[in-house]
Design a protein around this ligand. Structure first.
Ligand code: JAH
Length: 316
């Protein structure tokens, strides 16, 4: 997967070299995502938006039409930046595809007779690549969810546009939508100083779903929101414990030490339901409203958690 990030603060993402590649620190350089980047499984490119300014002051913002506080990011700078980043990524893709085709042709030729050399070796034209998906973090965007993270993990190329100030001139997204899928996304109901922190969040949620990135492939499916739509789908994770069995007078629940796998699974689901009812009543209502997969015991646990349940439907 290729991930391009355009920002006026490239340093936010770690040390960036002349090609926009990230170093071994910062949110893209450490942990499992950092290793995936170092292996080349994810190609991170971070671009300084000011590279596309044309005036002496390298201005990326201007005052808003209609008045009001703050500044708005200029459409001409963003338009040029997105055009060039998409073109650079497409050129890099053609180069790698042709290298792969040349190597494949050489391998095949070597298997039969003498390997041809030069341009004749690359016969296969570069396959038409699906266009990149553009992601623009904004407080006014659609909610970023585990479902959207999974959709992004299935893409081959994501481009993130980090706004600052009061945001980006709306025509940038309108124009980009004429040639690619564009998502304005919100990671929660609060206002940041810019899109960079949201991009770090989204990139982490997406990259941990990529094959080979997490290590333990089970963990991604089992955690809160149950990405794979498994037994815990739509519920928050319950509590977890490790050694020692007793710590500061607090015991690990006996059932977890019982070896009764069915009883353990039921207890864990009960705890997940209780925690979800306490912290996220909206998720309980969604489960109840969507016909659900809630069994009789689930309904009992939810009722005990203070939700009025009347057999078929649940009161709001
Ligand atoms: C703030 C550009 N949903 C969180 C979020 C995402 C982006 C921004 N704020 C909050 C933001 C200023 C400029 C983007």
């Amino acid at each position: 997967m290729r991930i391009d990030i355009v920002t006026i603060f490239p340093d936010y993402f770690g040390p960036i070299d002349a090609d926009g590649q990230v170093g071994a620190s910062g949110p893209l350089g450490v942990s499992l995502i950092g290793k995936a980047g170092a292996r080349g499984d994810i190609d991170f490119r971070v671009h300084d938006l000011r590279r596309w300014t044309t005036d002496v002051h390298h201005a990326v913002d201007d005052s808003p039409f209609g008045g009001g506080p703050g500044m708005v990011m200029k459409p001409d700078v963003w338009g040029a930046a997105l055009d060039d980043v998409l073109a650079e990524a497409a050129a890099a893709e053609v180069a790698t595809t042709e290298t792969a085709a040349t190597e494949a042709a050489a391998t095949e030729a070597a298997a039969t007779e003498a390997a041809p050399v030069g341009p004749t070796a690359a016969k296969t034209p570069a396959a038409a690549k699906p266009p990149a998906r553009l992601v623009v973090p904004a407080p006014s965007g659609v909610p970023f969810t585990q479902e959207l993270a999974a959709a992004y993990a299935a893409e081959s190329h994501l481009v993130f546009a980090c706004g600052r100030y009061e945001g980006i001139d709306s025509r940038v997204v309108a124009d980009a939508r004429t040639r690619m899928v564009v998502d304005e996304v919100s990671i929660g109901d609060y206002v940041l100083a810019g899109g960079e922190a949201a991009v770090a969040v989204i990139v982490e949620a997406v990259c941990r779903l990529l094959p080979g990135v997490l290590g333990n492939e089970q963990s991604a499916a089992d955690d809160s929101f149950g990405g794979a739509g498994g037994a815990m789908s739509g519920l928050l994770e319950g509590p977890v414990y490790t050694r020692p069995r007793a710590w500061r007078g607090l015991e690990v629940p006996d059932v977890l030490l019982s070896g009764h796998h069915q009883a353990i699974a039921r207890w864990q689901r009960d705890e997940a339901l209780r925690r979800t009812a306490a912290n996220r009543p909206d998720l309980i209502r969604r489960l109840a409203a969507t016909g659900d997969g809630l069994d009789k015991r689930d309904r009992q646990v939810i009722a005990e958690a203070g939700f009025p349940v009347d057999g078929e439907s649940m009161a709001l």
